[in-house]
Ligand binder design. Structure first.
Ligand SMILES: [Zn+2]
Length: 320
């Protein structure tokens, strides 16, 4: 799958572009093939998960978030329930029999979810836009609104998922007194060999009169974080990817490494960052358990030990 995603680097028209060409990417298809067929991959290990949410008799009334795994969170923000990039499937892949397989079960059993008001999708990649999960969520609650980047509406609608709104960077929509804004990050999109960057990618900003939250989706390092802060202010909590960063030569344009995740938090001037996008699927070369270890080492060096939370999947994180 990753192979044909890379082939389309060379053959398709690109509709959307990043704001900044920070990395001057000079890798070639040959470099990519050499990496894919190198063979040695990190060991499959499981990170620790919590049954706190699944076993909760009553859910907190105050704002909270639960990491489901990868970039999927349940966010209860004041009076609204949001799901970000929900993936409950066994694999992040167009195929049920091949492609990256989960290392851990979802931190929330899909049947235990409260009624969901809004699902946000950051971009088209299979580990963030999982159609089987979206179909299940729509079937469970026909009132759920699905917010997607420009040009992704067609895919959901053709799969029977209704209530879809496409958004461009800086578009805002108000739902139950929450202001939701789509913001630029540095990434790309594709689902087939022929559709590179034909659909947009980005992060989601959620604002009520008492809190500002930001979910970055999937991103490389970019000046966009400074712009987001200039336009919208300092988030109280920013959900920031910390994994899928090796080998650097091939991943730097798509994914933050832990040092860059810290810089992103600093650029955004977030009060607190929540680490995500690790420990769920093996997409890249770093050992599964490395991202938070490397992150904490750097936080210690910078005297910023309290900047990041690294939750367990299934654990209830207070957003107060
Ligand atoms: Zn991606």
């Amino acid at each position: 799958m990753i192979l044909f995603l890379f082939i389309n680097n060379t053959i398709s028209e690109e509709l959307f572009k990043n704001n900044h060409n920070v990395h001057n990417d000079d890798t070639t298809f040959k470099d990519f093939l050499a990496w894919r067929f190198k063979g040695d991959r990190p060991d499959r290990v499981s990170i620790e998960i919590s049954d706190e949410f699944n076993n909760a008799k009553r859910l907190p009334e105050n704002s909270y978030a639960v990491w489901i795994g990868h970039a999927s969170f349940l966010i209860h923000n004041k009076n609204i329930n949001i799901l970000t990039d929900p993936i409950f499937s066994k694999r992040a892949s167009p195929f049920s029999f091949m492609g990256p397989k989960r290392l851990i079960p979802p931190g929330i059993n899909i049947d235990k979810l409260p009624p969901i008001d809004v699902v946000t999708i950051s971009h088209a990649h299979y580990d963030h836009l999982d159609l089987p999960s979206l179909k299940k969520l729509y079937k469970k609650n026909k009132d759920t609104l699905f917010l997607v980047p420009m040009n992704l509406g067609k895919l959901l609608k053709s799969s029977g998922v209704k209530n879809v709104v496409e958004m461009n960077w800086w578009d805002t929509i108000t739902i139950k007194e929450s202001l939701i804004t789509f913001v630029p990050v540095h990434h790309w999109s594709s689902r087939t060999p022929f559709d590179k960057n034909e659909t947009l990618w980005g992060g989601w900003w959620f604002e009520t009169n008492s809190s500002k939250l930001l979910h970055l989706g999937d991103t490389g390092y970019t000046y966009d974080f400074v712009t987001i802060h200039k336009e919208l202010g300092s988030p109280d909590f920013a959900f920031i990817p910390i994994g899928a960063y090796e080998p650097r030569s091939l991943m730097k344009d798509s994914h933050l490494n832990p040092e860059e995740s810290i810089q992103a938090a600093i650029d955004l001037k977030t009060n607190k960052a929540i680490g995500m996008h690790w420990g769920t699927f093996m997409l890249t070369d770093e050992p599964v358990l490395d991202p938070p270890i490397r992150l904490n080492k750097e936080l210690e060096r910078l005297n910023l030990e309290n900047l990041f939370l690294i939750p367990k999947p299934g654990e209830i994180i207070s957003l107060e």
